[in-house]
Write a protein that binds this ligand. Structure first.
Ligand code: THU
Length: 142
């Protein structure tokens, strides 16, 4: 993916982060998931007073797409932090293990790009395989 597309996706992730519902942790996460057909699905984390139903931003984006019939993906941009702290501290927000497993279900681990961003200019790109080596996927059940 070219740099311009990476930066556009990061900007969309920041847009999604604004809608995070985080009354308990105060930690806002935004994700922008690029499907192979070019559509972008946004997700934010959504917390709950009973804690465990909390849904991560990445899974919100995936489940929105899959529930609309879209199951082929190219990349996801992720941003997160306490208010604007992540930009100031330069911290990346790596996806949790559960979200990596959801990515494994729908994505080609060798090619799916996970863009972890502090800002549009400061970011790192990983393949899913780098973040989840030897992942268990649908092919293992065949
Ligand atoms: N969170 C995400 O949305 N994505 C991640 O990959 C890491 C964690 C959320 C869950 C919870 O609402 C808050 O961040 C603190 O864990």
């Amino acid at each position: 993916m070219d740099k311009n597309m990476e930066q556009k996706l990061i900007a969309r992730a920041f847009e999604a982060q604004k809608r995070a519902y985080v009354p308990y942790s105060g930690f806002s996460v935004g994700a922008a998931l690029l499907a192979k057909d070019g559509k972008v699905y946004l997700g934010c984390n959504i917390e709950n007073a009973t804690y465990t139903p909390t849904n991560c931003a990445e899974r919100t984006a995936f489940f929105k797409a899959v529930s609309e019939g879209v199951t082929e993906f190219e990349a996801i941009a992720i941003v997160g932090g306490k208010k604007d702290a992540s930009r100031e501290e330069g911290k990346l927000c790596p996806p949790c293990g559960v979200c990596r497993q959801v990515m494994q279900e729908f994505c080609d681990a060798e090619t799916f790009q996970v863009i972890l961003a502090v800002s549009e200019e400061n970011y790192r790109v990983f393949t899913l395989k780098e973040l989840l080596p030897l992942g268990f996927g649908p092919e293992h059940l065949q």
